[in-house]
Design a protein around this ligand. Sequence first.
Ligand SMILES: Nc1ncnc2c1ncn2[C@@H]1O[C@H](COP(=O)(O)OS(=O)(=O)O)[C@@H](OP(=O)(O)O)[C@H]1O
Ligand SMILES: Nc1ncnc2c1ncn2[C@@H]1O[C@H](COP(=O)(O)OP(=O)(O)O)[C@@H](O)[C@H]1O
Length: 466
Amino acid sequence: MEASLPFHHHHPAASSTAAHHAARLTPPPPRDPRATARWVPPAAAPARSRSPANLGLPPHPPRRLRLRLRLAPPRITAAVTGGPRRPRRRAPPPLECAGGSSSSLRRPREEEEEEEERSSTAHAGVSLVGENKVLQMSSTVPKASNIFWHDCAVGQADRQKLLKQKGCVVWITGLSGSGKSTLACTLDRELHTRGKLSYVLDGDNLRHGLNKDLGFKAEDRAENIRRVGEVAKLFADAGLVCIASFISPYRRDRESCRALLSDGSFIEVFLNMPLELCESRDPKGLYKLARAGKIKGFTGIDDPYESPLNSEIEIKEVDGVCPSPSDMAGQLMELCNDIQRRVGGGGGAGAGGAVPGQGGARGRRRRLRADEVLRALLVAPVRELERLADWLFVFFCLPLPDYYVPGSGRGGLLVARAPSSPSGGALLHYGGRYRRPLSLLLPSSSSSSSSSSMSSSEEYYYYSDD
Ligand SMILES: Nc1ncnc2c1ncn2[C@@H]1O[C@H](COP(=O)(O)OS(=O)(=O)O)[C@@H](OP(=O)(O)O)[C@H]1O
Ligand SMILES: Nc1ncnc2c1ncn2[C@@H]1O[C@H](COP(=O)(O)OP(=O)(O)O)[C@@H](O)[C@H]1O
């Protein structure tokens, strides 16, 4: 018997149609005695809890399971089949739960015993059917029933407004040694410097706590990424820029994480460094151990890495040279701005971008030469300058009370470069009458650092209201 049901557990004892419906609407008490204490008979629950329609549930469409049901077995094994690679609607991949052959009402005794053994470890078995493989995903918690979504009065939009940024997930994937953690921490620092709240979730670190029960078998990696995806989603919902740095070698696991987020809120960064480079770095000596056969199932050696097909950005070596972490971080911040501007319609009312550059820049963008940028910096009112500082790739922006000029806002010291110019930039005092350029940091080809010798062919961007 094959049926399409929402997330209600079907009572196996249902025999009549009425009982069948009752079973769908009235979930049975859990068989697991450990769960009984928490189980509340639906009749005892508050009336408004009975119907999801009364609960002001979030607009998630009910997830549907395709169930091949057998009446006898109390537990099910779920085979998760692949959804579209990049679903338009960000829905999780469909779940196909198979209880076994529809023709058999009872499983062989050994099978039941096996299942008893599995369930005694409180793990619910889920088979992930990948393109060419079957992954066993194990969840360490029993499947819960009788659960309802509860919304709070303060929502994501309120938090974003408070933080003046947008929550999102920057997901960095790549081989061990490709530079994920370095990039994650550099981006985190850059954002922090600009007053943006971010948080790094790193594979090694989470495996010390939340995921300490997981190893590197395919199913453990899948569960690792599933948990991280859920945590990252919560961080984004909290309004943070969540930077996730995980090998995350399996495409479908990454796509499942993407599916948890709204459009533009999951930014996949493929750190595509050659295996030879990663192996030559080998900061933890793990490649050496893997080559010596002392670690089995090491990604890139004897365990697969599935490259992203649709990452938002792929970072590679340029002419055999790996870009510096801060260049990569700069690229990422620009990218995030672009994506969020496109998806969020210019940064949203008051929320500001997740990363600097989107926040206060209201005007149209036009290109200016370096000398024009300097002039603009010098003539711009302080608040304009601070807005500009928010947009320029600012290395250092230190408001200094010494430079305070009444009526004109704070002053300070600013070292910045335009995103389009990797090596050019400006160091200036700002604030009222003290504002003047101290020096210009020019491309390395230039020997001088005075404003007069600034290359006029350098192109900068500048936000302008005209
Ligand atoms: N067998 C095997 N394969 C790959 N990596 C291994 C393995 N054993 C230990 N390590 C160390 O674990 C870090 C990767 O953890 P992740 O949570 O990112 O891995 S995964 O996404 O679940 O595949 C990884 O850290 P990074 O080097 O920072 O990637 C390794 O230090
Ligand atoms: N952009 C980079 N250029 C040069 N070396 C780098 C870069 N990023 C990281 N490294 C170095 O490579 C090694 C691995 O970096 P790490 O961030 O730990 O990688 P992962 O987290 O992917 O394992 C470290 O020794 C780090 O200093």
